[in-house]
Write a protein that binds this ligand. Structure first.
Ligand code: T5A
Ligand code: NA
Length: 209
């Protein structure tokens, strides 16, 4: 029986460097000959994803609950794929996941428990790396302010909800990384956290939450 792949989630505030770090991790895993698949949420390529994309670019309006459920449905669309990849021994690296879903919608004013319920029993990450950065520092990076949620006040609320979510996990399952440093330093911390997991796991896939 092959060991299953690890499910690695990279979370963080907008412009914290998630996409940059996911790409670096991908390159390193390939160099180590570890089978790997990158995923990103929202996955804007599906029919649901195109509704989300239009909402984020302020080209359409949706009730806060409706958009929340679309973000969640966008993960459920890929739940079986994630499960199959892990079972066949492929490591899955995911740029944002259910924690973003809960943090952003709660920051907009929806109750946390309500936000969490559609995420329950999705494939659970083996490790979540949270890229933490002060919103005022993130704002200095390229492209900030183009999409709906890229406002400093909202980002501050999102950051505090992420820290509430973090408190529910032990230090091995949720690792907070200072993302305000140089790319290489952040990448090194990520590698040190994930390298023990990527040679394959023998325990079953987890479920949220
Ligand atoms: N959302 C998402 C929900 O509300 N509910 C959900 O369920 C989900 C999944 C879109 C929005 O949707 C919300 C959250 C978001 O507001 P997205 O598509 O992931 O989510 O957003 P993106 O715009 O693609 O990504 P971000 O804006 O969050 O950027 P990243 O990926 O964190 O940052 P990255 O790597 O693109 O870097 C940003 C810039 O900084 C530079 C990069 O070169 C780039 O210019 N940079 C650095 N500069 C200095 N030092 C470093 N260490 C740097 N690392 C990167
Ligand atoms: Na990104």
């Amino acid at each position: 029986m092959v060991n299953r792949g690890a499910f690695i989630v990279i979370e963080g505030l907008d412009r914290s460097g998630k996409t940059t770090q996911v790409a670096t991790l991908h390159t390193r895993l390939e160099a180590e000959r570890i089978p790997v698949k990158l995923l990103k949420f929202p996955d804007r390529t599906t029919a649901i994803g195109s509704m989300i994309d239009s909402y984020l670019r302020s080209q359409s309006e949706l009730d806060d609950r409706a958009i929340h459920l679309l973000f969640s449905a966008n993960r459920w669309e890929l739940a079986t794929t994630i499960e199959q990849l892990l079972a066949q021994g492929t490591t899955v690296v995911c740029d944002r996941y259910a924690f973003s879903g809960v943090a952003f919608s709660t920051a907009k004013g929806l109750p946390l428990d309500w936000c969490r319920s559609p995420e329950v029993s999705l494939p659970g990450p083996d490790i979540t790396l949270f890229l933490d950065i002060a919103p005022e520092k993130a704002r200095e990076r390229g492209g900030y302010g183009e999409e709906r949620y890229e406002k400093e006040e909202l980002q501050r609320k999102v950051r505090s909800i992420f820290s509430e979510i973090a408190a529910e996990f032990d230090q091995k399952a949720w690792v907070t990384i200072d993302a305000g440093r140089a790319r290489e330093a952040v990448a090194e911390d990520i590698w040190n956290s994930v390298s023990p997991l990527v040679t394959g796991l023998t325990y079953p896939m987890q479920r949220l939450w």
